[in-house]
Design a protein. Structure first.
Length: 287
């Protein structure tokens, strides 16, 4: 009986190492994002849509991503990532710039950007708490600050700090509050990647870079904006997910945008679909 138990434990351990890669993911399925498709309908007359495709190298490290309009004529945006011999991301190149990630004690402490003079210059510095979570990303004129509850790696607040008035200290310009589900954030499956390489913000279309990756997926995002020293309601994002096991495969978005001076609330709806490349299962890699 003991022999059977030991054999079973060894089989489970082997499965976790070879198929799952990370012990906190279900052994029967290890997936990485293949593409994300966004379809949004801001109003009856315009449509914003795009697809982001992800490519991996032989070690299943994120090698590159391409963002393109599904129906438009804009040129695709390409982002490439380079790694050191330990498989940690150390460089990122896209049309907007060339970046170098610098580590200290195994953590990214700064990101430098290649300047027009051919020299790298400091772009961001990062601060961590005692649990190794990023609590600040700062540049020369602004900062992002992240707040957490307990031991969670999901930041509950993201504060966009800027100089509201020239010459005065940084103040909260925009504040984001998050509520999460209990499913795996697909970007957590990128090995050795603690910072978001590049992602288009929902609806706004602005690329987000070098921010911490939450463990789970947010189901609500509440945004307030600074107006004459007061934080007023601005936007509320509501996400309704569908899942396959622990991974999201789709969400429907309801975005409510408020103007503090009028009672009208603008409504935006959309759908995002996730497609995966999976290991450790016999079913199709697309779901």
């Amino acid at each position: 009986m003991k022999k059977i138990t030991i054999v079973c434990l060894l089989a489970i351990a082997s499965c976790v190492i070879s198929s799952c890669h990370k012990p906190d993911y279900p052994c029967k399925k290890y997936c990485q994002i293949k593409s994300i498709e966004d379809i949004y309908q801001p109003n009856p007359f315009t449509t914003t849509d795009r697809v982001t495709r992800y490519a991996y190298n032989r070690q299943r490290l994120l090698d590159s991503l391409t963002v393109r309009s599904i129906t438009g004529t804009q040129m695709p945006l390409n982002v490439r990532i380079s790694y050191n011999s330990q498989g940690k991301p150390v460089g990122l190149v896209w049309p907007g710039g060339t970046y170098k990630l610098i580590y200290q004690s195994g953590r990214v402490t700064r990101v430098d950007q290649l300047g027009t003079n051919g020299q790298y210059q400091l772009l961001y510095t990062f601060l961590y708490d005692t649990q190794g979570r990023i609590i600040e990303r700062k540049d020369a004129s602004s900062a992002l600050r992240f707040e957490y509850d307990g031991t969670s790696k999901n930041f509950k607040r993201r504060l966009d700090m800027q100089h509201i008035r020239p010459g005065e200290p940084l103040e909260i310009f925009m504040a984001y509050e998050y509520t999460y589900d209990h499913k795996v954030n697909p970007m957590q499956t990128w090995p050795n990647t603690a910072l978001l390489p590049f992602y288009f913000d929902i609806v706004a279309g602005a690329g987000r870079q070098f921010e911490p990756i939450p463990e789970n997926n947010w189901v609500r995002q509440n945004v307030t904006a600074n107006f004459r020293g007061a934080q007023l309601p601005f936007r509320e994002y509501l996400y309704t997910y569908q899942y396959d096991d622990v991974y999201p495969i789709k969400y429907d978005l309801l975005l409510l945008t408020r103007n503090p001076f009028i009672s009208i609330v603008d409504t935006t709806r959309g759908t995002t679909r996730f497609f995966y490349d999976c290991e450790g299962e016999n079913s199709s890699s697309k779901f």
